[in-house]
Ligand binder design. Sequence first.
Ligand code: ADP
Length: 189
Amino acid sequence: MALNLILFGPPAAGKGTQAKRLVEMRGMIQLSTGDMLRAAIAEGAEIGQRCKTIMDAGHLVPDNIVIALIELKLDEAEQAGGAIFDGFPRTLAQAQALDDMLERRGGRIDQVIRLKVDEDKLIARVTKRFEEQGRPDDNPETFVTRLEAYGAQTAPLLPYYAEQGKLSEIDGMGSVETVAAQIDAILDQ
Ligand code: ADP
């Protein structure tokens, strides 16, 4: 049986770091729509250019684009024994589309793990990442817009998964290892 996991939390909460660790430790596949969009931009695809403007402003790209990107990867994920969804779904429409796509394949979301973080401390984290990596949307003003998008469009998904009994919450402010240990404990239950 495939295990499908959503890592949930605001931008820069550490979802990508934890997803990459799970890929190494458990052989699962990481499906990061942010990475997929950045790859589309790097390839010079026209759709990438359209998305870049939106991303650089800190807003969400249209649902149909990210849903299509995810759908392209679901067969591969199934073969790998499941996926870690990182940065997707970010809206209720995306969550419902994901449920439909998985159901058509006889699958489901098994777990949603929310990394609870202190948003004020995230700004410091991201400012450092901006200085080190220079991702345009990590500049402090744009990051505030991304946090607002999370609050307005993504955080409302929490009740959707809580009502399905799939939501676990962990403290995301500890070290990478401490957060990883909490995720492992949930997955090994
Ligand atoms: P972070 O998790 O740090 O916010 P991501 O790499 O996941 O960064 O996303 C970067 C940007 O890509 C987002 O701000 C948004 O513009 C776009 N994006 C990524 N995933 C989605 C999604 N599921 N729906 C809409 N936009 C997305």
